[in-house]
Design a protein around this ligand. Structure first.
Ligand SMILES: [Zn+2]
Length: 144
């Protein structure tokens, strides 16, 4: 396993890959804003530095690319034929880190919402965000 990634690759694996906003993330933000939800971005003091943090709802939202975060069973998650050992390790590593972050957040009493890129297409955005709104409002009740 350790032979698969060289130190530079390992470093990349450990370092943060969500430094700049992706298009799906922008769609989520726009929707939230348009529906009156206020949020903060990449708050460092919150475990895992979620893409979107909604303190009022004690909710952290992660917008995950299906490939990089290894969306199980998703047709957008297909390992390249070449170098597939490398990719497999790389993505397993991302998933492990994601899970650690989610666990840490949930232990700290946060609701964690993971939004997959494939659920944020033109057709899927509205129903996906509708269930986000439901989850937010349920959690708000719990927080009070
Ligand atoms: Zn997907």
């Amino acid at each position: 396993m350790s032979d698969v990634l060289n130190p530079q690759q390992r470093h990349r694996c450990m370092s943060h890959i969500r430094s700049k906003a992706t298009k799906p993330e922008m769609l989520v933000r726009k929707w939230l804003w348009a529906h009156g939800y206020r949020y903060r971005l990449n708050v460092k003091s919150v475990p895992g530095k979620p893409d979107i943090v909604m303190r009022k709802y004690r909710t952290a939202i992660f917008v995950n690319g299906c490939f990089w975060h290894g969306h199980e069973g998703c047709k957008q998650f297909v390992l390249p034929k070449t170098n597939s050992d490398f990719w497999q390790t790389k993505i397993a590593c991302n998933r492990e880190r994601d899970q650690r972050n989610y666990d840490e957040l949930m232990h700290a009493g946060w609701q964690v919402i993971v939004l997959w890129q494939c659920k944020l297409t033109k057709q899927e955005l509205e129903p996906t965000m509708h269930s986000v709104a439901v989850a937010l409002n349920q959690n708000l009740l719990r927080c009070i």
